[in-house]
Design a protein around this ligand. Structure first.
Ligand code: FES
Length: 130
């Protein structure tokens, strides 16, 4: 079974889905992995609080690129509240592996970008209401 997951990860790395950027995205955020300096950006377009488009760009290893590709596929059609509820375990489930501590940083980088981007959006919305 693990072989199938590894093949899926390699497929997403070699043929990344949703690679690119979105102009005037509602959420646009990027972070680097301090262990290696690789950097992932995620752009999201929302309509009525639901993701209609998601793109990623940047540089990374097999796991981080596959993770960004899988995550940007997964989140289309989900609400911001659902995205906020994603946990590390959800990302590992989507990848089909539970990596060791170093690779976990790679696997979780896109999710971290997403969650920080959502938090910033919420902060901006709150400051507009204040
Ligand atoms: Fe840099 Fe994986 S080695 S993100």
């Amino acid at each position: 079974m693990e072989v199938l997951y590894r093949e899926n990860i390699l497929d997403h790395y070699r043929n990344p889905r949703n690679e690119g950027t979105l102009e005037d995205a509602d959420i646009s955020h990027e972070l680097d992995n301090p262990l290696c300096g690789d950097r992932i950006r995620i752009d999201i377009r929302l309509k009525d609080g639901v993701v209609t488009e998601a793109r990623f760009s940047g540089r990374g290893c097999v796991i981080s690129i596959a993770s960004a590709s899988i995550l940007t596929e997964e989140i289309v059609g989900k609400s911001v509240a659902e995205l906020h509820a994603y946990r590390d375990e959800d990302m590992f489930r989507l990848l089909g592996i539970t990596p060791g501590p170093v690779r976990a940083r790679c696997a979780l980088l896109p999710l971290q970008v997403l969650k920080e981007g959502i938090s910033r959006l919420r902060d901006e919305e709150q400051s507009l209401r204040a």
